[in-house]
Design a protein around this ligand. Structure first.
Ligand code: C2E
Ligand code: MG
Ligand code: MG
Length: 579
């Protein structure tokens, strides 16, 4: 029932309202006077002949619209049973909160029932009410404000936690999932275009994500460039992955910000309610944990709960990997790197491939981290180096001299710390009688960051063998540019994440340009990774990039196929020239 405060309650002629002040109701004392002196709504309620009626109400009671006649008063209609129980009991007083009215128009009172002990011939009590509606409303709106992100109007981290707490219970947690979406490179938008543009972008992103959700999903901004979604799963965990796909698709088209088009990439982590005991904070934390994996794999990741399962999986990969390395089940594939001006192949990057016992080919992105963690990276790295040297020897033999393309071998940061790299490389070269000049070694930017002095020593020793040195995945680490200058690096490899999709993203173009001019200033060549279209190759060439690598030229090929491609592209060995 909607309750209106101002409207006076009509008094029917049959049942008359008690006087506002009726001394008879209060016995021999001047209790009636007391009632009327109270600044809050109060009434004397008596139980007689099985029904409750008013023996007196004060002015504030009537003014508050709480009714003048017992049968019409919400106090009697809604609290009648409680009042009756009280007057029939031995209690002298009772206090409780009371809310009435519709959801939007509800009013909140603190109700006190007090027995008139000196008037024992009748069952009666005083009902007084303190209106707490405005305090509660203020508190609610303050709480709402504290739980809302002022930029997007979405729930913030606090609001999201509250929402999860209200929605997810141990019984229904299987039907829910929490998703965390983290925008990539958002900080750069803020830095390059200013906070206002960043804010505008966040609002647009929030709008698009919201559009990709279903009606019951709840979107929140957890902070900075991180969003959270509470998902209801109708058809099991698959639902969450579908929503992730929809969000990714929604963010595919670039965003327009003043004159710029900005492409937003995101990492998505999901925590399934069924895998947790429903603790909301755990769900958020686990989804954030999955985001970290998503950043590495570039696909939505579901948090794998049981550390035991992960350990077991890791352990079985590790055992299988060890066996694969020992039994020669690994293969090295070769992806061409071409001169962007001539289109000729200048080298091949050697990439490890592992087909496990079930016939599944695993990506190095899956097994290199396991190898690094378990220490298997040392035998794996030695095997790769040995295999690459063997291949160079075979190709050069086939060409009757230098075949015209170097082979680039990857060195992982962990490998650099666990093995004596210069010795290991020299041993492999000597075994097959290959000069160091036929080899490129690719080190990632992260390797420098962890132990720059050691890396500098290793690099200098490798340079001493005549090898070319390339800095892999450049732009993704945080290397000190001043330090970079001191290292004997020949080539910067611009990470694929900046190259792919670059034509539609001014932000990426700006980064690529910056890397190219940095390389030029430092006297280094550049290789762009991940070239998949001709247009991209031409643009990069025009920007001054030296080499290109990517599916446009070829995927990584088995040793003999790679050699055939080299002959096909560069012509017969006699006319090919080493670069
Ligand atoms: P990376 O050194 O940056 O190698 C380039 C990766 O990009 C390769 O993935 C290659 O297949 C992929 N790629 C090349 N062109 C394109 C393209 O146009 N589009 C797309 N989408 N991808 C392209 P892969 O073979 O999966 O290797 C992943 C990473 O694993 C390598 O990244 C490297 O860091 C590591 N890795 C591979 N083999 C070895 C190895 O023998 N030793 C060590 N330490 N690391 C290795
Ligand atoms: Mg590489
Ligand atoms: Mg790379």
């Amino acid at each position: 029932m909607a309750f209106r405060r101002a409207k006076p309650v009509p008094v029917p002629t049959t049942e008359r309202a008690p006087p506002v002040l009726d001394p008879r109701a209060f016995g021999p004392t001047s209790a009636g006077m007391v009632l009327d002196m109270l600044p809050i709504p109060a009434a004397i309620v008596a139980l007689a002949e099985e029904s409750l009626h008013f023996e007196g109400i004060n002015k504030p009671f009537r003014m508050a619209g709480l009714g003048a006649i017992a049968s019409e008063s919400p106090v009697i209609r809604l609290l009648g049973d409680r009042i009756r129980r009280f007057v029939e009991s031995e209690e002298t007083s009772e206090e409780f909160p009371w809310r009435f009215g519709s959801e939007v128009d509800s009013r909140h009172f603190r109700v006190k029932l007090a027995r008139r002990s000196f008037n024992s011939e009748k069952l009666k009590c005083m009902v007084s009410l303190v209106d707490q509606t405005s305090e509660l409303r203020t508190e609610q709106s303050l709480r709402r404000e504290m739980a809302t992100d002022s930029l997007t109007g979405l729930p913030n981290r606090t609001g999201f936690s509250d929402e999860l707490e209200d929605t997810i219970t141990p019984e229904n947690c299987g039907g829910h999932a929490v998703m965390v979406i983290d925008l990539a490179r958002f900080g750069r938008v803020n830095a390059c275009m200013g906070g206002l543009a960043g804010d505008e972008l966040l609002i647009s992103v929030a709008r698009r994500i919201k559009g990709a959700l279903r009606g019951r999903d709840v979107l929140a901004r957890l902070g900075g460039d991180e969003f959270g979604v509470l998902l209801t799963l109708d058809d099991g965990p698959q639902d969450a992955l579908h929503v992730a796909k929809r969000i990714e698709a929604a963010l595919t088209n670039p965003f327009r910000l003043s004159d710029f088009e900005i492409r937003v990439e995101c990492s998505i982590g999901i925590a399934m309610g069924s895998d947790n005991d429903g603790d909301p904070e755990d769900l958020i934390r686990n989804a954030q944990f999955a985001v970290k994996r998503s950043k590495k794999t570039s696909r939505a990741e579901v948090y794998q709960t049981h550390a035991f399962d992960i350990a077991r999986e890791q352990f079985s990969i590790e055992t299988e990997l060890r066996r694969a390395i020992e039994n020669g089940q690994m293969a090295l594939y070769y992806q061409p790197i071409c001169d962007l001006n001539t289109g000729k192949i200048t080298s091949f990057e050697a990439l490890a491939r592992w087909t496990n016992e079930e016939g599944v080919t695993l990506s190095p992105n899956d097994f290199i981290p396991v190898a690094e963690e378990s220490g298997l990276i040392v035998p794996l790295g030695r095997w790769a180096m040995d295999e690459a040297a063997k291949t160079i020897a075979a190709w050069d033999r086939g060409a009757g001299g230098d075949c015209g393309a170097r082979v680039a071998v990857n060195l992982s940061a962990i490998q650099l710390h666990r093995d004596n790299i210069p010795d290991m490389v020299k041993r492999a070269l000597d075994t097959y009688g290959v000069p160091g000049t036929r080899l490129t070694l690719e080190l990632t930017e992260s390797a420098i960051v962890t132990d720059p002095d050691r890396v500098a020593r290793v690099m200098t020793a490798l340079k001493g063998l005549g090898a070319t040195l390339a800095m892999d995945d450049f732009g993704t680490g945080y290397s000190n540019l001043a330090f970079l200058q001191k290292l004997p690096i020949d080539v910067l490899k611009i990470d694929r994440s900046f190259v792919s999709g670059m034509l539609a993203d001014r932000d990426k173009i700006a980064i690529v340009r910056a890397i190219l001019s940095l390389a030029q200033a430092l006297g280094m060549k550049t290789t762009a990774e991940g070239i998949e279209t001709n247009e991209l190759a031409q643009t990069l060439a025009a920007l001054g990039c030296s080499y290109g690598q990517g599916f446009l030229y070829s995927r990584a090929l088995a040793r003999d196929d790679a050699y055939s491609l080299l002959i096909e592209r560069n012509g017969p060995p006699a006319i090919s020239s080493a670069i």
